[in-house]
Design a protein around this ligand. Structure first.
Ligand SMILES: Cc1ncc(COP(=O)(O)O)c(C=O)c1O
Length: 432
């Protein structure tokens, strides 16, 4: 890419893009796209996105877009009701799940400082007498955005205490309970983070017992539902999310599986007053006595995209029944594929999936255990190089595992099993 002085003719630019760029774009709508949390916009979402672009794509405040500022508020409240949150709950739109987690931990630390008698916003970390005691508890499988957050907050990654997981890769509550006396003794727990749908395996941590533990620790309870929270809307899976309404804050990324344009993320709080921890006034806007809706008082960005519009139009256009069906399809397809591969001799199902992610290993008799990690890497690379399908690879403890992700209804269980078959046949070419 080089930026020349005179503008290119549209036809020339189009042919450049068609030749050089488009062939390398990923087709999210292809049933063999099974690697990540991306999908094409749903029809209503696309329509909402076009309206935003044509009118006010930016929602900064009332002056920039009265419609945007109001709809963001209304959409946030409607989502609180949809997820069954308390009547005092509220939401703010965010650029991504990473920043939603970041803000949640900042608010947790702010509240903790308040209990210690000082204002974190004003005094910063200098108000704490011993920073090394401040800890955040989260699953060892929690998303790495938590580590980013702890870097940003100045607490450092060492303040994260990774919690062990059980066979389903959910936080092991019994083990955590045994750890509690020592943790109470040696640390000040500012926040317990549960993940509702871990990135690697889609596991949902046991929210209710974790909420109780968090209450006993007097700590903030954050649920990272960036990936999984949507599935709490599917009636058969609701039980998995019991206790989510007890969270002080919850992150959610509709941009992962709802077919809305990126970015579209939200942070919910159980008590709207918690957002006051974010409020920063200025002279030219975000002024203290304005009584108009102002999303910028609840989260940091001034320039913010009108993400609420594609989301609201999409949900109203489809209707909740269709939305739930759209969410249910991948869960069912993953469940069916898991059932089928369980009986194969040379395939190990790593765990029964909670949501829409399938983790497995190819384990032929001819390959010694010490070479199995290398085999999964080999299969992953071969499939990605061939370019006919995509999958991903991750690590569960010491084991490299292959990972299939489904977020759109186009990918059926047969498509998933074809990827497993491809992996099995490639294993035959691996030189152990
Ligand atoms: C559980 C979880 N939390 C947070 C994130 C980060 O979200 P984002 O990519 O929107 O920053 C992800 C992304 O995959 C995730 O899976």
């Amino acid at each position: 890419v080089d930026f020349q002085e005179a503008g290119l003719a549209k036809s020339e630019l189009r042919s450049l893009l068609e030749k050089k760029l488009l062939p390398h774009m990923m087709d999210y709508g292809h049933p063999a796209f099974q690697s990540m949390f991306n999908s094409f916009p749903e029809e209503g979402a696309e329509w909402g996105g076009r309206i935003a672009l044509a009118y006010n794509q930016g929602v900064t405040n009332w002056q920039v877009s009265p419609a945007g500022a109001s709809l963001e508020e209304l959409c946030g409240r409607a989502l609180c009701r949809l997820f069954g949150l308390d009547s005092d709950a509220e939401a703010t739109f965010m650029y991504c799940g990473t920043y939603a987690n970041h803000q949640a931990l900042y608010m947790a630390l702010h509240r903790y400082a308040e209990k210690r008698g000082f204002d974190l916003a004003r005094d910063g970390l200098s108000g704490f007498s011993d920073l090394t005691r401040l800890k955040v508890l989260a699953s060892r499988d929690a998303h790495f955005s938590l580590r980013h957050t702890l870097r940003f907050l100045g607490l450092g990654e060492n303040s994260l205490v990774p919690l062990n997981v059980d066979r389903k890769r959910r936080i092991d509550v019994l083990q955590l309970k045994r750890q509690l006396p020592a943790l109470r003794d040696q640390a000040d727990i500012i926040c317990l983070v549960a993940t509702a749908g871990t990135t690697s395996t889609g596991s949902v941590d046991p929210l209710l017992p974790l909420a109780e533990i968090s209450r006993s620790l007097n700590s903030w309870f954050h649920v990272d539902g960036a990936y999984g929270l949507a599935y709490s809307l599917v009636p058969e899976r609701k039980d998995l999310f019991k206790g989510m309404d007890l969270a002080d804050s919850l992150s959610w990324d509709p941009h992962k599986q709802l077919g809305v344009p990126i970015p579209c993320s939200l942070l919910f709080v159980r008590d709207k007053r918690e957002f006051n921890r974010m409020t920063l006034y200025s002279d030219y806007f975000n002024r203290p006595h304005d009584n108009k809706p102002n999303p910028g008082l609840k989260s940091a960005p001034s320039t913010r995209p009108f993400s609420a519009l594609p989301l609201a139009v999409s949900l109203r256009f489809q209707g909740l029944n269709n939305v739930i069906e759209r969410l249910r399809a991948p869960l069912e397809n993953i469940r069916l594929a898991a059932k089928k591969i369980k009986v194969l001799q040379d395939v190990e199902l790593c765990l029964e999936p909670d949501t829409g992610i399938l983790c497995f290993r190819i384990t032929p008799e001819s390959v010694p255990a010490t070479r199995l990690n290398r085999l999964q890497e080999y299969i992953f690379q071969r499939i990605m190089e061939e370019g006919r399908r995509t999958l991903s690879i991750t690590r569960l403890d010491q084991d490299k595992v292959l990972r299939l992700v489904v977020v759109s209804p186009q990918t059926g269980s047969r498509d998933l099993l074809e990827t497993v078959e491809t992996a099995r046949s490639l294993a035959a070419e691996f030189e152990a």
